[in-house]
Unconditional design. Structure first.
Length: 202
C-alpha cells in the first residue's frame, strides 16, 4: 500500500483521482479504511483513560476490543453509505463502479478520519477555550471533505460538478426533511397533550 496516495489525494485531488480511478484496487481501499478505523478506535480507547465513560471501564483490553469493533462497524457503515451514494450517482447518470468509488473515497476519508480523531482528543484534553479552536478546524476539515468528495464523484462517474454535489446533497436534504417531520409530529403531540391536560384542569 502506498500511503503517499493519502497526501496526494488531499493536496492534488483531481490529478490523483483521475490517475488512480482505473488502477486502485478495491482491497487497497478496504485496507486503508481498516487502518484508519483501527487508529481512530485506538485513540478513542486511549481517551477512556483520561475521560472515563459511565458504564465503560478503562482497561487494557479496550485497546484491542474498541479498535477491532470500530473496524468492523466502520467498514460496514462505509460500505452501506457508499452503496447508497453510488445508487444515487447511477440514477444521475454516473459511469463508475461501486468498487471504484469506495477505493477512491478511502484515499481522503482515511487520513481525515485519523486527523479528526486526534483533534477530538486534543480538544478534550485542552479544555473549552482551546477546544473551541479545534472545533473550528474540525468544521473546516468537514467542508474540505465535501469538496474532495465532490471532486472524487465527478472523476469516478464522469459527470458534472452539479450532479456530484447532488449525490451527497440529496440524502442530506432527505435527512433534514425527515428530522423536521419527526420534530413536527413530536411538537404537535406535546401541544395536544398540554391542551388535553389544560381542559382536564378546568
Amino acid at each position: 500500500m502506498d500511503f503517499n496516495l493519502w497526501m496526494k489525494a488531499l493536496t492534488k485531488p483531481k490529478e490523483t483521482f483521475a490517475a488512480q480511478k482505473a488502477k486502485l484496487e478495491f482491497g487497497v481501499g478496504v485496507n486503508f479504511y481498516a487502518i484508519a478505523l483501527f487508529v481512530a478506535g485506538l485513540i478513542s480507547a486511549l481517551s477512556l483513560f483520561v475521560f472515563p465513560t459511565p458504564g465503560v471501564g478503562a482497561s487494557a483490553s479496550n485497546l484491542i476490543t474498541v479498535p477491532i469493533m470500530n473496524v468492523i462497524v466502520g467498514l460496514i457503515g462505509a460500505g452501506i453509505s457508499t452503496g447508497i451514494l453510488w445508487i444515487i450517482a447511477m440514477l444521475l447518470g454516473g459511469k463508475g463502479s461501486f468498487k471504484q468509488q469506495f477505493a477512491l473515497q478511502s484515499l481522503f476519508a482515511s487520513p481525515i478520519m485519523i486527523v479528526n480523531s486526534i483533534l477530538a482528543l486534543i480538544a478534550l484534553l485542552a479544555g473549552p477555550m482551546v477546544g473551541t479552536i479545534f472545533l473550528v478546524v474540525y468544521g473546516a476539515l468537514g467542508l474540505y471533505s465535501l469538496y474532495l468528495f465532490t471532486i472524487m464523484l465527478r472523476e469516478v462517474h464522469e459527470f458534472s460538478t452539479m450532479k456530484a454535489v447532488l449525490v451527497w446533497l440529496i440524502p442530506v436534504l432527505l435527512i433534514v426533511i425527515l428530522m423536521v417531520a419527526v420534530l413536527g409530529v413530536a411538537f404537535g403531540s406535546l401541544l395536544a397533550m398540554s391542551s388535553t391536560g389544560a381542559k382536564g384542569i378546568y
